[in-house]
Design a protein around this ligand. Sequence first.
Ligand code: GDP
Ligand code: IMO
Ligand code: MG
Length: 429
Amino acid sequence: MANVTVIGAQWGDEGKGKVVDWLASRADIVVRFQGGHNAGHTLVVGNQTYKLSLLPSGLVRGKMGVIGNGVVVDPVALLAEMDRVRAQGLNVSPDNLRIADNAPLILPLHAALDRAREAARGERKIGTTGRGIGPAYEDKVARRAIRMCDLAEPQTLSDKLDELLLHHNTLLRGLGADTFEKQQLLDDLLALAPRILPHVEQVWVRLDEARRAGQRILFEGAQAVMLDVDHGTYPFVTSSNTIAATAASGSGMPPSAVGFVLGIAKAYCTRVGSGPFPTELTDEIGRKLGERGHEFGTVTGRPRRCGWFDAAMVHQAVKVGGITGLALTKLDVLDGMPELKICTGYELGGQTLRFLPAAPGAQAAAKPIFETVEGWSGSTRGARSWADLPAQAIKYVRRIEELVEAPVTLLSTSPERDDTILMRDPFEG
Ligand code: GDP
Ligand code: IMO
Ligand code: MG
């Protein structure tokens, strides 16, 4: 039986949460495999809106949620999120939330370093979420991270904190920021450990068993291919790999477990934070897209930058991300726009490029080559079948399929769970 991996195909906030929630009804387990609480996934179910950062979106459907080893977990943020969704009536317990024992922790010093570095960068800041994601991944790769399993070993925790503080306090002092006391950090971790540890286990064993028992696993990506630390618009990226291949390494499953890769893309394009954005619209049309699409960051509340659909970029995401099919969201936001543009490539120094180059200077200078298409006067808002779509909207979707070389297998026409059109069930392969 096929598994499904959902990843973002642009710069994040494409509607992964809505799509994962929708697909979760067909899955047994939902797994987060990278990122941290920089993610903000919105699910609208009737009159309830859930904003999830660390919790796998399948929890809202009552499915088993797993936080894999590839995720960096801020335990304070996780506990706060658990309390928040419990207050909304959801059940979160060790019976339905399992956390990898080898997942690294985010501590307050990571967020402090993240923010101090951003302040020091000034104009050249990345525009991070300030939640310590980058510094936590650095510690993982530098082999000094505190991991979930360490919460059960006070002596290990104590020794690791010594090593961490030697490194971090030196950096923080150099940046003119406040330093941290070991005893306070240790006390805080030991105090929260009893609430976290009942969730902690070797999740790869559970996933392996589930797979052999024929259960369906849904991998929930965070961020997006253009924010991937290798393949994105570096250095304006997040600090993890966001492509589908990471679902395996970030959960302890074999690459063959990744299954059908559903790339999520908005019918236009947005970005939060700094960095190149070739199709960005700084005019009235961009403002209108932001207003109609309610484009404000789920985590930080910052207004999202808006622009036309960049087919060259999504084509690139299809290739490096391993995308089998595309879910196109927010088609309704384009309703009533007389004319739409799609970027088909870039012009740089008199040459035509099919894909965005890697060098930051070239990325910033690449000019989009646009194709103009006719808009539609009817409404797609809330459509639940292909037959409900205006002919011109269908044409727009078909043109995107052609340009990105991937079929559109799902369409989303409002934030609401059931306002979704399924053309091909990804669990059927
Ligand atoms: P994620 O990070 O990819 O899960 O996306 P976010 O939740 O951060 O941002 C997507 C926003 O678009 C959320 O506010 C969703 O409720 C909303 N949304 C998702 N799909 C649609 C859609 O088809 N139409 C409209 N109008 N809004 C949508
Ligand atoms: P979801 O899962 C949109 C962006 C930040 C910043 C860059 C680095 O909701 O799609 P970080 O804090 O990760 O070091 O910031 O990445 N970013 C996101 N943008 N959606 C997200 O997640 C994002 N997570 C990080 O704005 O530009
Ligand atoms: Mg988001």
